[in-house]
Design a protein around this ligand. Sequence first.
Ligand code: NAD
Length: 433
Amino acid sequence: MKLAVIGTGYVGLVLGACFAETGNDVICVDKDKKKIGLLNRGKIPIYEPGLEEIVRRNRAEKRLSFVTSLADAVKKSDVVFIAVGTPTGEDGSADLKYVLAAAKEIGQSMNGYKVIVDKSTVPAGTAAKVREVIKKETRYPFSVVSNPEFLKQGAAVEDTLKPDRVVIGADDERAAKIMTDLHSPYTRTGAPIMVMDTTSAEIAKYAANAMLATRISFMNEMANVCERFGADVDQVRRAIASDRRIGSAFLFPGIGYGGSCFPKDVKAIIRFAADKKYRFRVLEAVEQVNDLQKHRLLERLDKHFGKSLRGKTIALWGLAFKPRTDDMREAPAIPIIKGILARGGKVRAFDPAAKDVAKRIFGSKITYASNAYDAVKGADALMVVTEWNEFREPDFGRVKRLMKQPILFDGRNIFNPRQIRDAGFTYTSIGRS
Ligand SMILES: NC(=O)c1ccc[n+]([C@@H]2O[C@H](COP(=O)([O-])OP(=O)(O)OC[C@H]3O[C@@H](n4cnc5c(N)ncnc54)[C@H](O)[C@@H]3O)[C@@H](O)[C@H]2O)c1
């Protein structure tokens, strides 16, 4: 099929490359000329495992191209995906200005029947708005489909090539058939393709993220209770995770969820429920718990060093909001670094992928170490902020020798408390006595 993907961010670029991988002709569009320039020179603007290889292969096979002209891409395509950002607006709602601007331009560029797909995460009722915008611009027939994306950053290529399920919100059969055919190569192992109305598809995406965020906040609250009783939240987690009604995913306590999706999607669902005069109390609490949890490591610092960190250096392992990505949107590292700087302390940070992104946020306010050991040189405390695999088995003797004081705050529970204390560290983690 001939496809256009508008927006070459974490979702659009992966989607375009994966559709090209199964033989489709894909034109990826972005209004960001720098990004398109990089992609046309064979460079990938984001860190995503496995992506570079499939982009390179499909560019070389001429199935994947990168352009800045949305009109050209739309004219040459039968299916057009909108994969632009939907950031949080001032009132907490998902801001649809990029989606609707793209829809307007698509409408102006139509030259025959096309399926227009909302890939971006958009509130209930957006497909109808997109339809209205396009209808004002064109006399050609078209269908609007909601096809939410469930990929995880860090495993985005695999999730796209082998999804758990594909949700297609389509209000007409022609579009549903085109979308089903397009996705069938990815569902050979039996993953279901679920066809439903557009609004249910839109809400399904929010429901998935809201449920996962709820599990995280629930476990963070559970960890805080365990701490007060001297219990071990890891044991509690193991006990409930083996219950098939509950399962094991997203039950790890830590220092809060971040990223470009959970925080904004939880806010958006609260907002669009409120538009219908419904107060989503559970999600209000999920959000409050998460905001508090992002400050847990700072509370630990205060307890240990008092309110001033003057003359102290704090080492950070991890900056990205989760491992295997360079994304720092809403990352717990941001309030933590700001808190340390506000208390007069210095930060030496290392992240395997997010250094350049962090430099755009903090510039020369912090020091960027070249590896995990370099980060702890002369540090008064080490904080584990992101659970990258390479942090899990360090040479603790070397870490201790390099640090000024062997104090370790583990925000992701990646170490065994007894082992660390035996190695001579003062150690605290989340919800484990
Ligand atoms: N990042 C994720 O893990 C993830 C997962 C599932 C769903 N989503 C959703 O997918 C959407 C995109 O997310 P993302 O993380 O890829 O965003 P992103 O900010 O990384 O990328 C969006 C891209 O769209 C481009 N853009 C905006 N308006 C444009 C226009 N009119 N024409 C051409 N390009 C335009 C921007 O320049 C940018 O490069 C969001 O709604 C998000 O909630 C994201």
